[in-house]
Design a protein around this ligand. Sequence first.
Ligand SMILES: [Fe+2]
Length: 170
Amino acid sequence: MKIESMEDLFLQQIEDLYDAEKRLVKALPKMAEASTSGPLRQAFESHLEQTKGHVTRLERIFREFGKDAKSQTCDAMKGLIDEGEDMVSDIEESPLRDAGLIAAANRVEHYEIAAYGSAKAFAQSLGRKSAVSLLEQTLEEEKEADQKLTRLAESTINTEALRPGPVHAR
Ligand SMILES: [Fe+2]
């Protein structure tokens, strides 16, 4: 896609985010499943519901701009999700794995916070108030999800992860 205007650039960002969010909708149930901590599992499950809403908000933005919802492969999110999958394959089921899953998920959230921040600023510069408000709502949910995960890690999971896990490879 040739980008020649701020609107083109904005829509390119939205297409990238659309791909990223749809990948997350597929990845989050696996991260929930791989968690041993109940609260962590719940955090992933509730963020899955929010993430489905993020997809819907992006679809609304496409409509408001008179465009069909389109995905542009988000290589960054692909890589971040791969790293989350590595945590599952490299660490036996244990609080240590939970700590690794949170580290991977925090990276995902920070990526999204950066992307939504830029997209919101572009919508602002275009004077598209409705898009600004939709992106703002998602941005706030990403920040809350990030903080919730960090609190879980720092309040309990990182300490539990210091103890040997229930299953050892050797
Ligand atoms: Fe999201």
